[in-house]
Design a protein around this ligand. Structure first.
Ligand code: IPM
Ligand code: MG
Length: 354
């Protein structure tokens, strides 16, 4: 098949890791006879430097015309002085909103080769951990109004959700749970927040339509604790934008390294935005030591969810497993006796195993 993929390498380690994912996708295309056309654009700080804004209308339009978008990472100290409305992160938020990708899939599994990197006691890992965090991505306190009082001494950020926003996310959660182990945990703070009460009511209303899915409700504080105490209890978790941001970083700690974690952001069609969940890691940028596997695995999600290439997605995921089986590790996941490699070399190893 022919597919157009916009790449947005972004800032600091972003270009290094994105290049490895492109390399892996090119290897997939060569092996399986596809033609992927990559169109590289700027986002975040790189866009501020070139055009004065973190996301241009032209870039957004290109993303909305592509089959899929692959992103690296944005932001960093270079743009710390930039006013709030033009920060690099604003470009990413505007991109998510502008592409209408309201459902952010953040899978958390423990690669058996990396189980020593998991900070939990081994007995907690006896049952397999395979969690899909489904984070709402275009609403919540991320997109509400925010302002500072004139005297500068108080500030407000509005949290807002509509039933429609909750419903479309929840439906994806029910559908995905139905294809997995049939368990959906809805995470909110309904004992305090009105948005959460609307969230819970909406999920309760929909649950009757999905009799095969068992729904549970959990307050976010308890969910944060349960993730550590008994992670194997979770199948699909649905939650709002802010809670999902926090819980997905927590799940990354369980998985051993933020550097391993991919994500897919989907809207109502197949077009999606794919990015690792980690940030731009300014402290290690330009040294070719970053872990590209989160971005490479995001490429696998791109093949699966936007291009419908399941076989190819699985082949890419298998290539990553093989490289780990063979003992290759970037610095963040290194353990005694393993072979330390850099970012480019890790990309080469994966590409060669497709
Ligand atoms: C993430 C990041 C972003 C978010 C930042 C960079 C705006 O933390 O993708 O999890 O908060 O959504
Ligand atoms: Mg985050």
């Amino acid at each position: 098949m022919k597919a157009r993929i916009v790449t947005l390498p972004g800032d600091y380690i972003g270009p290094e890791i994105t290049a490895q994912a492109v390399k892996a996708l090119e290897a997939v295309a060569a092996k399986y006879g596809h033609e992927f056309l990559f169109d590289e654009r700027r986002l975040g700080g790189a866009s501020i430097d070139a055009y004065g804004v973190p996301l241009t209308e032209e870039t957004l339009a290109a993303c909305n015309e592509a089959d899929a978008v692959l992103m690296g990472s944005v932001g960093g100290p270079k743009w710390d002085g930039v006013e709030a409305a033009r920060r690099p992160e604003k470009g990413l938020l505007a991109l998510r909103k502008g592409m209408g990708v309201f459902a952010n899939l953040r899978p958390c599994t423990i690669h058996p080769q990396l189980s020593s990197a998991c900070p939990l006691r081994p007995e907690l890992l006896k049952e397999p951990i395979d969690i899909l965090i489904l984070r709402e991505l275009t609403g919540d306190i991320y997109f509400g109004r925010r302002w500072r009082a004139e005297d500068g001494r108080s500030a407000t950020d509005e949290m807002a959700y509509s039933a429609m926003e909750v419903e479309r996310l929840a439906r994806k959660g029910f559908e995905m749970a139905g294809k997995r182990r049939g368990r959906l945990c809805s995470v909110d703070k309904a004992n305090v927040l009105e948005c959460s009460r609307l969230w819970r009511e909406t999920v309760e209303r929909l649950s009757g339509e999905y009799p095969d899915v068992e729904v549970t409700y959990m307050y976010v504080d308890n969910a944060a604790m349960q993730l550590i105490l008994h992670p194997a209890q979770f199948d699909v978790m649905i939650t709002g934008n802010l809670f999902g941001d926090i819980l997905s970083d927590e799940s990354a700690a369980i998985a051993g390294s933020l550097g391993m974690m991919p994500s897919a952001s989907l809207g109502s069609g197949t077009r999606g935005l794919y990015e690792p969940i980690h940030g731009s890691a300014p402290d290690i940028a330009g040294r070719d030591i970053a872990n590209p596997l989160g971005t490479i695995l995001s490429g696998a999600l791109l093949l699966r969810h936007s291009l419908g290439l399941e076989k190819e997605a699985a082949a890419l995921e298998r290539a990553v497993e093989r490289v780990l089986d063979e003992g290759y590790r970037t610095a963040d996941i290194l353990s005694p006796g393993m072979k330390k490699v850099g970012c480019t070399q890790m990309g080469d190893l994966v590409a060669a195993r497709i």
